[in-house]
Design a protein around this ligand. Structure first.
Ligand SMILES: O=C(O)CCC(=O)C(=O)O
Length: 408
C-alpha cells in the first residue's frame, strides 16, 4: 500500500486567493455530484455487521482540499488561528486527548508543529470547510438510508493522529452522544490511506446488537433499564486489560478496516469499535468524522457541556425539556422538532421553506397521499367499543362501506 502522507507536511504557504477559486469550484461540483444509491447488499451488510465502508465516496479533488486545509491547520496557517496555544508535554497524550484550533507555538519546526495535534472537536462551528464536509451530499445520501430519512448533523471531529500517537480503545458512540430513540450514526472520511501500521479502525463485527453499557461512574450514557446490564469502567482506554468493554468485544470477530483516502466508513452508535496506535515512522492517519441522528430523535446532548464552557456546549437548550435539537443542523428531510441552520449556508434541508421540506419529506406524506381515501384502507377505532369483533358487520361511524377494518 502506498502511504500518501509524509512526516514532512506541506509547508508551502497556501495561496488563499487561489484556494478560494478552487474551493468554489469544488463546492459547486460537490452539490452536483451524482446521488449515491445504497444497494440492498450494502444495507444488509450495515445491519448485520454494524458498519459499512463506501469506497471512493469522496472525490480525489475533495480529498486534496481536505488534506491541504488540514495541513494548513497543523501548521497554524488558517486565518482563524490568530491565537497561539501554549507549549505542552506531548508524551502525556492519550487516545482521547483533544486540542483547540489555536496555532501551535511559532518557534517549533514544521514537523514538531504537526505533532502538536491529535484531534479537534466541533470545528464545523468555526470553519466553513468543516460544515461543508459534514453536510457533504453523497455522505448524506448514504446516511439517509442508514439513519434517515430525516437527518440531524450533530458533531464533528478532525483526527490528525501523527506517527507515534495512541489510538482510542473499545467504545460505543451512543455512550457519548445519546439520542432518543437511539439513531446515532457516524460517517468517518479517510483523509489519508490507513492500515494496521498507522492506526486504522477496528470493528467488533455484529456488536451493534449489544445494548450501550453505562459507566460505573462519571460521564457516559447507557441502557440502564436492562436489569442485568454490566456497568463498565475505562471505556475508550486503549489498554484492553483496563477497558471494561474488551470482554464484550472479544465475543465478536474483530475486523481491521483499512481504507484509502476518500473512502467513508459508516457506523451506528452501538457497534463496538476502536483504533490502535500509529506505529508508522512517517505516515499521518487523518480522518474527518461527523455524527448524525435521525432528526425525529430527541436529544439533550450538549446541554450540560454548555454550562461547563465545553466545545460541545449546545448553543440552544430548551428551558422546559433540556432538548438541544435546536443546536444541530437539519441536514435532510424534515422534523417536528427544533433544528439549527448552517452557519455558512451550506445547502441542506434547514435552508428550505417549511413547504419545501414537507414535499421533501416524502415518506409519511406520500404514504397517506397515495390513497384515494387518505386513510390507507384503515378504519379509525371506535372509542365506544369495549371489546373486539362484537360488531364486525357494522360500519365504523362516519365511514363509507367497503373498507376492511384494521382496528379490531
Ligand atoms: O479514528 C479513530 O481513531 C477513532 C474514531 C472513533 O472511534 C469515532 O469516531 O467514534
Amino acid at each position: 500500500m502506498s502511504l500518501v502522507s509524509s512526516a514532512e507536511p506541506n509547508i508551502e504557504k497556501s495561496n488563499i486567493e487561489k484556494s478560494n477559486i478552487e474551493k468554489s469550484n469544488i463546492e459547486g461540483e460537490m452539490q452536483q455530484a451524482e446521488k449515491y444509491r445504497v444497494s440492498v447488499e450494502e444495507y444488509r451488510f450495515f445491519r448485520s455487521k454494524g458498519f459499512l465502508v463506501v469506497r471512493g465516496l469522496i472525490s480525489a479533488e475533495e480529498v486534496a482540499e481536505l488534506r491541504e486545509h488540514t495541513e494548513d491547520l497543523m501548521q497554524g496557517r488558517l486565518p482563524q488561528q490568530s491565537k497561539q496555544m501554549r507549549e505542552r508535554d506531548l508524551s502525556g497524550d492519550t487516545g482521547t486527548s483533544g486540542q483547540g484550533l489555536e496555532a501551535p507555538p511559532e518557534h517549533l519546526s514544521p514537523v514538531e508543529k504537526a505533532q502538536y495535534f491529535l484531534r479537534i472537536h466541533m470545528l464545523h462551528r468555526q470553519l466553513e470547510l468543516h460544515e461543508r464536509y459534514m453536510l457533504h451530499p453523497r455522505v448524506l445520501d448514504v446516511l439517509e438510508v442508514l439513519a434517515g430519512p430525516d437527518l440531524l448533523a450533530m458533531q464533528t471531529m478532525l483526527f490528525l493522529k501523527p506517527p507515534g500517537k495512541p489510538g482510542q480503545g473499545w467504545h460505543q458512540d451512543s455512550y457519548y452522544i445519546p439520542t432518543h430513540p437511539d439513531s446515532l450514526c457516524a460517517a468517518w472520511i479517510a483523509i489519508d490511506d490507513c492500515d494496521e501500521r498507522n492506526g486504522a479502525m477496528w470493528f467488533a463485527a455484529g456488536s451493534q446488537n449489544e445494548p450501550v453499557y453505562p459507566p460505573k461512574s462519571g460521564y457516559g450514557h447507557g441502557d440502564h433499564a436492562i436489569g442485568d446490564i454490566d456497568y463498565v469502567e475505562q471505556v475508550s482506554n486503549p489498554d484492553d486489560a483496563l477497558n471494561g468493554l474488551s470482554k464484550i468485544a472479544d465475543r465478536y470477530d474483530q475486523l481491521l478496516i483499512s481504507a484509502k483516502a476518500g473512502d467513508v466508513v459508516f457506523f451506528g452508535g452501538h457497534v463496538l469499535h476502536r483504533s490502535k496506535s500509529n506505529w508508522s515512522a512517517n505516515s499521518f492517519r487523518r480522518a474527518f468524522v461527523s455524527h448524525y441522528c435521525n432528526a425525529r430523535s430527541f436529544t439533550q446532548w450538549g446541554a450540560d457541556a454548555a454550562r461547563l464552557d465545553d466545545v460541545h456546549g449546545a448553543p440552544k437548550v430548551d428551558a422546559a425539556t433540556g432538548a438541544t435539537n435546536g443546536s444541530h443542523i437539519l441536514a435532510r428531510g424534515d422534523t417536528h422538532l427544533p433544528f439549527a441552520r448552517p452557519l455558512w449556508n451550506t445547502p441542506c434541508a434547514a435552508l428550505l421553506s417549511p413547504d419545501e421540506r414537507k414535499r421533501a419529506g416524502e415518506y409519511a406524506q406520500a404514504a397517506m397521499g397515495d390513497m384515494d381515501s387518505g386513510m390507507m384502507g384503515s378504519t379509525p377505532a371506535d372509542p365506544n367499543r369495549d371489546h373486539d369483533h362484537a360488531d364486525d358487520d357494522k360500519e365504523a361511524p362516519g365511514m363509507g362501506g367497503g373498507m376492511a377494518s384494521m382496528s379490531g
